[in-house]
Design a protein around this ligand. Structure first.
Ligand code: 1CP
Length: 361
């Protein structure tokens, strides 16, 4: 699958100068912005009544594939929450749909993949896809959203990291133990590495294509990679994630995020990324010291703190700001996505609290 096979559907978008000089992008580059930027993973989602209202009329996949609606939802979250960055409304599993593995989102149960990868022959049978054609709707969503957003708000494009994407393909959905993924990895190492290479190839095209469409930064979600030991990460994941990040680097900042990764952070940094996303299980100051201050960091409030009192929320925000110590290169975020039962008012209160935090000045 070579670059030349890709038929990008539109020319490269016009650069958005103000967004590319925004406080979020400055922080990604470890410059010192006027205050700590904040955005939230899953900021456009089920915690918002307006989102649930739209979802009552269209299925999740329809929403992702309807670029006008995807644009509306992305911009709505920024308008309502007053955050410093937008993330395009899409899903990490869309390339699985494009690959023809039969992706379905089952109400109340999450994603289901009808034709999972179970055998080495399933990996060999995966055909290259034309990203410009099969995921062209994401290009269009980004292009529309980059135009619709306030000039100074950067737009984040994203993809699942190779391990997390492979885990969905093999498990046929979400998992707690990742037993099928790991047993495939251990018993079919050659097929595993081929699968990871195929995912890297598609994802590199997909992410570069998002930058062409107007994304000002990229985030790689390795949400479930924390289920691996450091040695297994090094053997089965690192070379592939590194190859992917190399293929998309140098154009816009890249955020490399995972959860349960306390023991993997240094290896993740080795794989690459301008910014490393931290979950709440680590102390931000210690994690940053361990990573080295040549990386920016993003995080790391526990999303469940939003379900507690405002006093507790203020305490925890103050603690995180203190851990970041006004060092250039901190982007405030949750340690994982906003939970669906979160009150929108509490999310707005968090954004205001970070904005008014003394250490943010
Ligand atoms: O309305 C619904 O029922 C759909 C819920 C939903 C939403 C709002 C899904 C299904 N995906 C999304 C949007 C989404 N997903 C966004 C854009 C919105 C935003 O962040 O503002 C992004 C960035 C994602 C990324 C994503 N999808 C991840 C990585 C982040 C994370 O939470 O770790 C993952 C793992 C997915 C898979 C996925 N998609 C949807 C669900 C319910 C899941 C998780 C399933 C599981 O737990 O395994």
């Amino acid at each position: 699958m070579s670059e030349s096979q890709t038929t990008y559907i539109r020319p490269t978008a016009q650069p958005r100068r103000e967004a590319s000089e925004s406080r979020f992008i400055q922080a990604c580059k470890r410059q010192k912005p006027d205050r700590t930027p904040i955005w939230l993973m899953r900021q456009a989602g089920r915690f918002m009544p307006e989102f649930r209202d739209i979802r009552s009329r269209v299925s999740f996949l329809e929403l992702c594939k309807n670029s006008e609606l995807a644009c509306e939802v992305t911009v709505m979250a920024v308008d309502m929450l007053d955050v410093d960055a937008a993330i395009i409304f899409a899903d990490i599993l869309l390339p699985i749909d494009a690959l023809g593995l039969g992706l379905e989102y089952v109400k109340g149960e999450g994603p289901l993949i009808h034709n999972p990868i179970r055998l080495a022959t399933d990996v060999a049978a995966l055909k290259p896809i034309d990203v410009g054609q099969s995921l062209g709707y994401v290009y269009k969503s980004i292009e529309l959203t980059a135009r619709a957003l306030p000039k100074h708000i950067p737009l984040i494009g994203f993809a699942g990291a190779p391990f997390t994407l492979a885990s969905y393909m093999i498990e046929a959905g979400g998992s707690k133990t990742f037993d099928k993924t790991k047993s495939f990895m251990y018993s079919e190492p050659e097929a595993w590495h081929l699968l990871m290479k195929k995912i890297v190839d598609i994802s590199a095209q997909y992410l570069n294509f998002q930058v062409d469409a107007g994304a000002d930064a990229l985030q790689l979600f390795d949400s479930w990679v924390g289920c691996l030991s450091p040695t297994d990460y090094e053997r089965f994941v690192l070379p592939h994630t590194k190859a992917l990040i190399e293929l998309v680097s140098g154009r816009v900042p890249v955020i490399h995020f995972g959860t349960g990764t306390a023991t993997l952070l240094k290896l993740m940094a080795q794989a690459g990324g301008d910014v490393i996303g931290l979950d709440w299980r680590v102390n931000l100051a210690e994690a940053w010291l361990n990573l080295g201050f040549d990386k920016a960091v993003q995080g790391n409030l526990d999303p469940t703190v939003l379900l507690g009192t405002r006093e507790e929320l203020k305490l925890q925000v103050a603690r995180i700001m203190k851990e970041a110590a006004s060092r250039p290169g901190h982007i405030f975020n949750l340690g994982h996505g906003v939970l669906p039962m979160t009150s929108p008012d509490q999310v707005k209160f968090l954004v205001e609290t970070v904005r008014n935090s003394e250490a943010a000045q």
